[in-house]
Design a protein around this ligand. Sequence first.
Ligand SMILES: O=C(O)CCC(=O)C(=O)O
Length: 403
Amino acid sequence: MHGQQPRDITGGNTLAHTFDEERATASPHPWHAQTKPVNQKEEATPITPRRVLNLKAFDETRAGVKGLVDAGVTAVPSIFHHPPESLAHGAPRPHRFTVPVINLSSVVESAKRAEVVAQVRAAAETFGFFQVVGHGVPEAATSAMLAAVRGFIEEPVEAKAPYYTRDTGRRVRYQSNLDLFQSTAANWRDTLFMEMPPAPEELPAACRLVAPEYARLVQQRLGRTLLGLLSEALGRRPGHLEEERGCLDGLSLACHYYPACPEPQLTLGTPRHTDASFLTVLLQDAVGGLQVLVDLDGAAAWVDVPPVAGALVVNVGDFLQLMSNDRFKSVEHRVVSNGVGPRVSVACFFRTDRAAAPTRVLAPIVAVGEEARYRSATVEEVVQQYYKVKGLAGASALEHFRL
Ligand SMILES: O=C(O)CCC(=O)C(=O)O
């Protein structure tokens, strides 16, 4: 999918890798003044004054995780260490789960539409995740989008620095780890975040033409189709979620770059979470690493969402779980880090534009004979609660609104 191939920086033997102190000390990267040898049993660093200094030193480089890798780190700095219980990179247990792949190409034919509605309903009610092919977003647009993200992140630090910010007033923000100063463990990932539509001059040149067009295709073609199918799966007319519930208003893109990691067993690309969105449409390259949490005979287990050529991954977000009165599931997922990389992905979050968030009300759609399971809440309230519980693994913002 890219011009350049991902590379393996662990030498193919991640567990045998040892900390190369001399090399780290010799590197000019300012980060190294604060690194210390890695102890695999060490827990995630608590938020101590020393950690804050280390985080600031890392953030001030404006070079992200990509900068660490370019500087030649051979050990994952301690700010990125996750506690062992969050990692569990061990061999997955054998299981029968596969994320369904649904072909949307026949949805305009009324005879086949009911079959597709049934497939989407089954996936949304059980897994909360599915992949779609025949989705109407051309391959030229998906490969251009992945290449644009990679092109931007691989620019020199000075070219990217003007976009590096934690100012949420800006609609385009490049940063490493949104919650760098709040979380107890940072992630091996950099992100270019775009709230659509930004003013063209806010966008980096690498993405200026490609990102708005990709967002338009995902929103107007695939988003409209998916919301139509999900409306019907809830027993409503196809326009219900788009026209009466505003689920197509507002799209944000999180463009992630996961550099190859020298010690993937110590960190994560993205920790477990659900999405604060109605729906998320994810474009991933061929590297892999996305996993979804499923119930395997009473025990929670992480199952891969493997890259499928030409497919986009769709998942239900928290807003839609509330709105569907728990029929559709907003399921936890994460991205494991990898000795092979970089991995590039683009998550398109269908969520209300920030201007409408204080007034857009999320109310459950209650079927005949059912009772409402949630009180109504504005998008802003749900998002605030989402960030309040974020980091508490397994905690859902939705519980706060449950009746
Ligand atoms: O990179 C991925 O595959 C997933 C990213 C993700 O879960 C997110 O942005 O919320």
